[in-house]
Design a protein around this ligand. Structure first.
Ligand SMILES: NC(=O)c1ccc[n+]([C@@H]2O[C@H](COP(=O)([O-])OP(=O)(O)OC[C@H]3O[C@@H](n4cnc5c(N)ncnc54)[C@H](OP(=O)(O)O)[C@@H]3O)[C@@H](O)[C@H]2O)c1
Length: 284
């Protein structure tokens, strides 16, 4: 049996879709059913359920708020992922959890590989970097997946923000000095599932193919929905956000592509499918 934590989030929701499409049984839990920061509750929950895979989709994702809520951020992004790894080991289940391109400081200038040294710039990134290390030290049957700029139907994300900002506005300004890859949570779930089947445990980068600045992403979304306004190029310094972000944090997904013998879909294809999902749900 598969246990999903944080199942109401973007990734958790899409894992449920992938498993339904593949006829697999799973137990989907979110905060109200199973608080991952309480290891004893997790131990109790997994008892007698024959769990052979734990998928941790729960996380603290508010990068700016984390600067003032560091304790909560560390609990959710570092210690809880480690505790889940410990429980997975106790019951002999495989384990997968997620990290971020933000563990890098962006100074490399070319796509980041798994073996590149981390150098986090914010509380959120420090907590995620610690979480990765603690998980990999705690349990050798763990997968740790770094991904970037996730968007999916089940939660708020940059695509949705851009669409909301465009309503009733003729001019928008979006930064062009942050570059990475937008990643569709459905693809993240699907290719994670493919990877899980290989049992080739370890650290992986998994993002959609291609590269984009926030400006490029916004432009693609706005062109796709037929917005007629003017999109200007902004700079991060114009917005003065609490958490520092890397200028260039694109992940190199070659390792997973080699293991799966498959190329990942482009971020543009991910956005096309995401917008279709929004249309189907009457949100566009
Ligand atoms: N979103 C991104 O841009 C991004 C970028 C890089 C990496 N990642 C990583 O990718 C993974 C999936 O992200 P996502 O975007 O799917 O996240 P998400 O949509 O924010 O979902 C996270 C889920 O975790 C739940 N949760 C919060 N605290 C919990 C707790 N104590 N116990 C159990 N569940 C709890 C949340 O519930 P509530 O909503 O009720 O709080 C939410 O349903 C995460 O590890 C994330 O850090 C995301």
């Amino acid at each position: 049996m598969i246990l999903i934590t944080g199942a109401n989030g973007q990734l958790g929701h899409d894992f449920q879709s992938v498993f339904k499409e593949n006829g697999l049984d799973f137990i989907a839990t979110d905060y109200m059913d199973l608080d991952i920061t309480d290891i004893e509750s997790v131990r109790e929950f997994v008892k007698d359920k024959n769990i052979d895979l734990i998928i941790n989709c729960a996380a603290y994702n508010n990068v700016d708020k984390a600067e003032e809520e560091s304790e909560m951020c560390y609990k959710l992004n570092a210690y809880a992922p480690r505790d889940l790894a410990i429980v997975a080991k106790e019951i002999g289940a495989d384990y997968i959890t997620y990290s971020t391109d933000f563990v890098f400081d962006g100074t490399k200038g070319t796509p980041y590989k798994e073996e590149d040294s981390v150098s986090p710039l914010s509380v959120y990134s420090e907590a995620k970097a610690l979480g990765e290390r603690l998980v990999l030290e705690a349990y050798d049957k763990s997968f740790v997946i770094r991904t970037s700029w996730v968007f999916g139907i089940a939660n708020n994300n940059f695509n949705r923000q851009v669409i909301n900002w465009s309503k009733g506005r003729d001019v928008l300004s979006i930064v062009d000095d942050q570059t990475s890859v937008p990643t569709y949570s459905y693809d993240l779930a699907l290719y994670s599932y493919e990877l899980l089947k290989t049992k080739e445990y370890g650290l992986y980068h998994l993002s959609n193919a291609g590269i984009a600045s926030k400006y490029d992403q916004a432009k693609y979304v706005l062109d796709s929905i037929g917005w007629k306004g003017t999109l200007n190029r902004g700079k991060s310094s114009d917005f003065n956000l609490p958490a520092k972000r890397a200028e260039f944090s694109k992940l190199d997904s070659t390792k997973i592509e080699k293991v799966l013998k498959k190329n990942l879909p482009t971020w543009q294809s991910g956005i096309d499918r995401f917008l279709n999902e929004m249309k189907e749900k009457g949100e566009l």
